[in-house]
Design a protein around this ligand. Structure first.
Ligand code: GTP
Ligand code: MG
Length: 368
């Protein structure tokens, strides 16, 4: 039967793919940008957008649709999401709600480990949320060359609108070329005015999809837990535009999300594995620090022996406390790990290596 890739159809209709995908969802058809839909579905949705469709005369000779089948061992990975927004607009409330309703708590009596990142499941898919303040994920980490975020969720309170830190957040995300999903929060408040928020967003260059732009906006109440499921769907939808892939078979590389010295356990770091798989016993180097993975805990505080792409884990076994934003790599052996770390430590002493870089501590000082 005749089929067309969603991306091709969007091109043909000259509309942003998100708009098409949303129309498809409205019509009860779940398809991501890389999937294809049949002629009837394409016709139906095109009609709803005011476009008549003609059945093609001939199918493509190779019968193939979509792309993305180049690259041998690449498989889809969950998107990594950070939450940004103005003070008090509801970032923490949103993250808390998502974590509480989506992450299975460990058995009664146990203290839920808080590791600064966690993974939630949405249907048969996963999303990794970074719990660090979003601006840090962009500035401190990016300053060290780490791009951790695939999608930014911008929380804007519907009763307050776009504020200075909202604009700041938009600029961070734009600079990092990270797509933004807007959560218009506090919809339960009497003064909620989502249209005003959309107007203000449009003024910032984020034109809402229901206004013909390509910025997805989801009205929510983080407090009441309303609209969250739809928001998570929208995050996956936008993530699919990026076609996120990783190779789980290679040695791990990742980034230090946060790290501290634990009295009993020594240096403890939350690592976001970005590519490959991190395993117990792996010799690692992170910034100027070497180590060997002695133990790993997942976001529920359970011991795990390996962590694949987009998985956050707490890692024990560093010789010293690495810095947030440091890149983590698995290295060949103990000695090489130490040599690499020393070389990096030396490079850091060079003043020019630090020029123009905003560090996490500078950032926190500025904010106090
Ligand atoms: P900072 O971390 O200080 O920047 O704030 P935040 O963005 O994390 O906001 P937070 O989640 O702490 O929420 C601020 C206040 O708004 C709290 O009193 C929340 O209970 C309230 N709040 C958050 N979401 C909602 C909502 O959907 N509806 C209502 N009515 N109140 C909300
Ligand atoms: Mg907060």
């Amino acid at each position: 039967p005749d089929r067309i890739a969603v991306s091709d159809l969007a091109d043909k209709l000259a509309i942003p793919a998100v708009v098409l995908i949303k129309s498809l969802i409205k019509a009860g058809i779940m398809a991501s940008i890389n999937q294809s839909i049949d002629f009837e579905a394409a016709e139906q949705v095109a009609k709803s957008l005011g476009v008549a469709v003609e059945r093609p005369q001939r199918e493509r000779a190779d019968g193939r649709v979509g792309e993305g089948d180049e690259g041998a061992d690449l498989t889809s990975r969950p998107p990594v999401v950070t939450v940004l927004g103005h003070v008090d607009h509801g970032k923490t409330t949103l993250l808390d709600h998502i974590r509480k309703s989506r992450v299975v708590e460990q058995e009664a009596g146990g203290i839920t480990q808080h590791i600064g990142a966690y993974q939630v499941t949405v249907g048969d898919r996963s999303i990794t949320f970074l719990d660090t303040p979003g601006h840090e994920a962009f500035t401190a980490m990016r300053a060290r060359g780490a791009q951790v975020t695939d999608v930014a969720v911008l929380v804007v309170a519907a009763d307050d609108g776009v504020m200075p830190q909202t604009v700041e957040a938009i600029n961070h995300a734009k600079a990092a070329r990270v797509p933004i999903v807007v959560a218009i929060n506090k919809m339960d408040r009497p003064g909620a005015d989502p249209d005003r928020v959309k107007q203000q967003l449009a003024e910032q260059g984020l034109v809402p999809d229901d206004w013909g732009g390509d910025t997805v906006c989801a009205p929510i109440s983080a407090l009441k837990g309303q609209g969250i499921d739809e928001l998570l769907e929208m995050i996956l939808l936008v993530a699919d535009m990026r076609d996120l892939k990783a190779d789980a078979d290679r040695p791990a590389s990742g980034v230090i999300v946060e790290a501290r010295l634990d009295r009993g356990r020594g240096p403890v770091a939350t690592v976001l594995v970005q590519n490959g798989t991190l395993r117990l016993g792996d010799p690692v180097a992170a910034g100027a620090v070497a180590g060997k993975v002695r133990a790993m805990l997942n976001d529920r505080g359970e011991s795990v022996s390996e962590a694949g792409p987009a998985t956050p884990v707490e890692v024990l076994g560093f010789d010293d406390v690495p810095e947030a934003g440091d890149l983590l790599e698995v290295v060949a052996g103990g000695r090489e790990a130490r040599q690499q770390a020393e070389a990096r430590a030396e490079a850091r002493q060079q003043p020019e290596a630090r020029g123009g870089v905003v560090t996490l501590s500078q950032l926190t000082q500025k904010r106090q």
